[in-house]
Design a protein around this ligand. Structure first.
Ligand SMILES: C[S@@+](CC[C@H](N)C(=O)[O-])C[C@H]1O[C@@H](n2cnc3c(N)ncnc32)[C@H](O)[C@@H]1O
Length: 237
């Protein structure tokens, strides 16, 4: 028991764990995530829907999105951006490894008579001959990736973009990092049963760390809180 608690509370090395698939594709947590995505007023899983509407309006006008444009959304979730972008007549592709979210996105597209290509796959393994005018990756997903995964994905983006194509993604700023505090808490059924349908204790440890970016002389701080529930460990960004 003591050893287990020590393990749970130990500070991991930066990006030591990559358990995104367990978080997003697990039968129980993916259902909770979908509820968060679809809750119009929450900024969890997806941003609130008023903000998404404003963002998509901006994306359409800034990048001139319309019938002659092709767009790929990496980590598209249930299609909150793809659905809106496809309404312009653009050729839209969404990639996500959550079967539940992709299923929801496909159903929405069918209901709204929209032609959207959805691919249920890990985007780190995604390959295509298609070339895009715009690639988007939204809600700071890039920050959850290790430096090696980021390099891999950026190389893919370079290949997948048409000449003159654009990559649009949001990332955490240093201000957000600086505002974060280290903390350690535990709670019965932490996050109202988000992690399991059974009773559980959720341990939440937030650590701050710095790592050197090999391409830069600047120390690159990273924030990586870790949520641990029995048999399950998820490092956020
Ligand atoms: C924070 S959510 C954002 C969803 C969407 N971009 C939005 O803002 O509404 C991250 C999404 O990326 C997906 N995802 C995370 N890592 C992935 C990976 N390696 N391959 C494919 N999808 C991934 C998750 O399933 C989830 O739908």
């Amino acid at each position: 028991m003591f050893d287990e608690l020590e393990k749970i509370n130990a500070k991991p090395k930066p990006f030591e764990f990559y358990t995104a698939a367990e978080l997003w594709t697990d039968e129980h947590t993916s259902a909770q995530m979908l509820q968060f995505h679809l809750n119009e007023s929450l900024d969890l899983s997806s941003r609130n829907h008023a903000f998404i509407n404003r963002s998509v309006e901006w994306i359409i006008s800034r990048f001139n999105i319309g019938p002659d444009k092709s767009v790929a959304d990496f980590g598209c979730g249930p299609g909150l951006y793809t659905t809106r972008l496809a309404k312009t007549g653009a050729d839209v592709t969404g990639i996500d490894f959550s079967p539940r979210s992709i299923e929801y996105a496909k159903t929405t597209a069918a209901e709204q008579n929209l032609h959207i290509t959805y691919i249920n796959q890990n985007y780190l393994e995604f390959e295509t001959d298609k070339r895009f005018d715009l690639i988007i990756m939204i809600f700071c997903d890039f920050c959850a990736l290790s430096p090696q995964q980021r390099t891999l994905l950026l190389n893919k983006y370079r290949t997948f973009l048409k000449p003159g194509g654009v990559l649009l993604m949001d990332v955490h700023s240093l201000n957000i990092f600086n505002e974060k505090e280290e903390s350690a808490t535990y709670e019965l059924n932490q996050l109202n049963g988000f992690w399991s349908a059974d009773k559980y204790y959720g341990f939440v440890n937030s650590f701050k760390g710095t790592s050197k970016n090999s391409n830069s002389t600047m120390p690159m701080p990273r924030f990586y809180p870790v949520t641990v529930v029995p048999g399950f460990c998820f490092p956020h960004f």
